[in-house]
Ligand binder design. Sequence first.
Ligand code: SF4
Length: 238
Amino acid sequence: MYISEIFRSFQGEGKLAGVPSVFVRTSGCNLRCVWCDTRYTSWEPEGSDRAVGDIMAEVRRLVREGEAPVRHAVVTGGEPTLEESLPELCSGLASEGFHVTIETNATRFLNLDAHLISLSPKLGNSSPLRSPAEIPKSHDALRNRPEVVRAYLDAYADPPARDCQIKFVIEREEDLAEVAEFERAANIPKDKILLMPQSVEPSDLARKTAWLVDLAAKRGYGFSPRLHIAKYGNRRGV
Ligand code: SF4
């Protein structure tokens, strides 16, 4: 697997925000979000090829080294579903007793040995069309896949053993019309949807959080914090 980093931190987003976790971050993505906060896994992918056994050994080492027990593993990216060995890694982590979360941009369906599929379909605000010289044209053609989200909802419908959450990154209030359209197209239950502010900087995040919390409540959605951004800004390995 092409891996950019493996580290121990707390989950920053979604329903498990605040839970101590080991993160395995793959490098390489089929999208090019203009505000991507891990450009070293998408626009300019960096990393090294590592065997699943080697990754598992590193995860075990990180778990042993920390003071508090860690039983949650998060496989993120980049886009982890592009990795052929992802099913093997998920099964390995699950068989060692980890709760496994997969963070995905919801462009590809895979039936994995995972407990929580954390889907983040990208809205129009992610479009890199503002910087045409750099853009893979496929971004806008690929990002909007309600049928993939529907497939995950059908396959992971037995919480907490197999569960889904759908996180939308919101830049401005107008983005909510697109969320509603996606919700209808994929027939997503409202209680699966979390809105989170687009930001890579703590003070901007705080400003957007203030209005987005109220907006989410008004529309019947949940809200997801971004604890790692609030605490560290746009730093790697946290
Ligand atoms: S899907 Fe995620 S990793 Fe890929 S470009 Fe967008 S924000 Fe970056």
